[in-house]
Design a protein around this ligand. Structure first.
Ligand SMILES: [Zn+2]
Ligand SMILES: [Zn+2]
Length: 579
């Protein structure tokens, strides 16, 4: 699907025109096209062929011509002409949180800033604060944004890394000389962001290593080859949303397990393993576990752990956070698996900003084998997300009850994602909340407020007897927005006291609670709810990202609300309510 790229091109044209101060009307129309294309459930090329593209909202004659130009030739002339009118480095400023085209225009015109480095300097010497519409506060926020951007560049999201790995694996899989092929590194550990994607290939066919590397580096999706040797190839590949560096290593099948262990890491985990090996008079490296010159393990990863006297450590745990000791003492948790999940308690429909109706969501959930779902559309204050008024929600509750009565093998619960307002109160009255089965309370604004304020809001929301879960507790968006400065210890304590679940939001932009926070919460006995926050039926498929994040926090199925059968979930959801 080229939709994401095409949508990004239209957005970039709008950005450049806004920086250049062109007319509003065309800018808005490009934005609209970008949005329409970005949300299409099928490839835009398909709709073009069928002549249906022109029927979509916002797609006029001239946009249609540009779309055709892109789909046929991979470029848009008007886009390239716009790019020539500004320094390319100017566009990087748009990646700074809090910096939009208007801000870029102001610093470009007012201070001749053309790059992130220029901007950093202009903030430091006080000239940004002096620009109309900026001031000290905004300048300070920009500086924080720049630091955030610099810390996050080069890292990609888990879904992007997985997409790249799947492209490479699908391309190589059918070669008969390949015995095994697996992602390694931080992707295999399901870390929240990934640097390079590592893929490990096993072969026992002599002389075929170089040819496997070559079939990787000559794949059609390769943008640029960085290195190609006898056993290792390194290249940039273009996924739907971002370029990704992928390293493919080919090893002999005999040592595949040792290599997989070695290249999965983490470094800290491997240091601990080597210490144990040395103590036992072994030698451990990427080729195997050796006693003297004899290899005593290598083909299977499990054997390496076993021979070192350890239980097998699942990759998400390999961070040296106590897993080595637990493996030695046979105390490792039986981690929650995707198959344990029995339902999804956070999703949006046409009721607010979702793109499917209730029945479509229920049908898709049933296909995933779920017992239950909960519809949690936004509340009134979330205006950009088309939040529901109390009246609309009351109507939706009736609709959900009707649909639920009709459905046979899945239960649809009525819920809402209610905004936590600035003073910690909720966007709906208790009377209305009492009609719901499940209330996810979330902060969607004022995320940059000081620690006391954001913590107070969250604590107060949990005091409400109808709030059963706090949604995406820190509000972070990986690579885009920093987490709220929550006092997590206090939030966790309050969650236990008030019997409120905390969410592990499965959207790969969020993964919130993150792994270390999940671990803290689980150790204290908090119940976690893994929710996809799906905005379409396809969004329900994000669940594995949340499960992996909870697993990195050492979660077992018992810690997860939606790994329990419906009756047990209902008991939990009613526990806080006045009797
Ligand atoms: Zn939300
Ligand atoms: Zn949501």
């Amino acid at each position: 699907m080229r939709n994401a790229l095409l949508s990004a091109v239209f957005d970039q044209m709008a950005d450049i025109m806004e920086i250049l101060g062109k007319d509003r009307f065309r800018i808005n129309s490009y934005r609209k096209v970008a949005r329409t294309i970005g949300e299409l459930p099928v490839d835009a090329g398909l709709l073009l062929e069928e002549g249906k593209l022109a029927e979509l909202p916002g797609i006029g004659k001239s946009s249609l011509a540009k779309i055709r130009e892109f789909l046929e030739g991979g470029r848009i002339g008007a886009h390239e002409a716009l790019l020539e009118q500004i320094p390319t480095s100017l566009l990087e400023l748009l990646q700074i949180p809090g910096m939009g085209p208007k801000g870029v225009k102001a610093v470009y015109e007012g201070l001749q800033v053309t790059s992130v480095a220029d901007l950093q300097e202009a903030v430091s010497d006080g000239s940004v604060a002096g620009l109309p519409g900026f001031g000290q506060k905004k300048a300070a926020a920009l500086l924080k944004g720049i630091e955030f951007l610099q810390a996050s560049t080069g890292r990609i999201r888990l879904d992007q890394a997985l997409e790249a790995a799947e492209m490479v694996i699908a391309h190589l899989r059918d070669r008969p000389d390949i015995d095994r092929i697996e992602p390694a590194g931080s992707l295999r550990r399901r870390a929240e962001t990934i640097g390079d994607v590592d893929i490990l290939v096993a072969t026992r066919t002599e002389g075929s290593q170089g040819s496997i590397v070559e079939s990787f580096t000559s794949a059609p999706f390769i943008e640029r080859v960085l290195a190609a040797g006898e056993t290792k190839g390194s290249a940039i590949i273009q996924t739907e949303t971002t370029p990704v560096q992928v390293d493919v290593r080919v090893v002999e099948t005999d040592s595949f397990g040792a290599a997989l262990q070695y290249f999965t890491g983490s470094k800290q985990h491997n240091v601990r393993l080597r210490e144990i090996a040395v103590k036992g008079k072994f030698k451990l490296n990427e080729y195997g576990l050796f006693r003297g010159d004899e290899r005593i393990a290598g083909e299977a990863e499990e054997e390496i752990y076993e021979k070192l006297g350890l239980d097998f450590v699942a990759p998400p745990l390999r961070e040296d956070r106590g897993e080595v000791e637990a493996a030695r003492d046979h105390q490792l948790p039986a981690l929650v698996q995707i198959d344990d999940i029995k339902g999804d308690l956070h999703m949006h429909t046409f009721g607010s900003d979702g793109r499917c109706d209730i029945e479509e969501m229920a049908k898709a959930a049933r296909a995933l084998g779920y017992e239950y779902i909960c519809i949690t559309d936004h509340s009134e204050s979330s205006i950009v997300a088309n939040g529901q008024t109390p009246k609309r929600l009351a109507k939706q509750i009736k609709l959900i009850r009707r649909i639920n009565a009709k459905l046979e093998d899945i239960t649809v619960l009525a819920g809402a994602e209610v905004d936590i307002l600035a003073d910690g109160s909720l966007d709906f009255d208790d009377e209305l909340l009492a009609d719901l089965d499940h209330v996810v309370a979330s902060v969607h604004s004022g995320l940059t407020s000081p620690r006391e304020k954001v913590t107070m809001r969250t604590l107060k929301a949990m005091d409400n007897p109808y709030v059963t879960c706090i949604g995406h507790p820190t509000g972070r968006l990986l690579g885009q927005r920093e987490a709220m400065d929550l006092d997590m210890e206090t939030v966790i304590e309050q969650a236990i006291q008030t019997q409120t679940a905390l969410e592990v939001n499965a959207n790969p932009y969020r993964l919130d609670l993150k792994d270390t926070h999940s671990k803290m919460a689980i150790e204290r006995g908090v119940t976690l709810a893994i929710g996809t926050d799906a905005h379409s039926a396809a969004g329900l498929n994000l669940m594995p990202f949340g499960v992996a994040t909870a697993a990195r926090g050492w979660a077992t199925a018992a810690n997860i609300l939606n790994a329990r059968p419906l009756a047990t979930v209902e008991t939990f959801l009613k526990a806080k309510r006045p009797r």
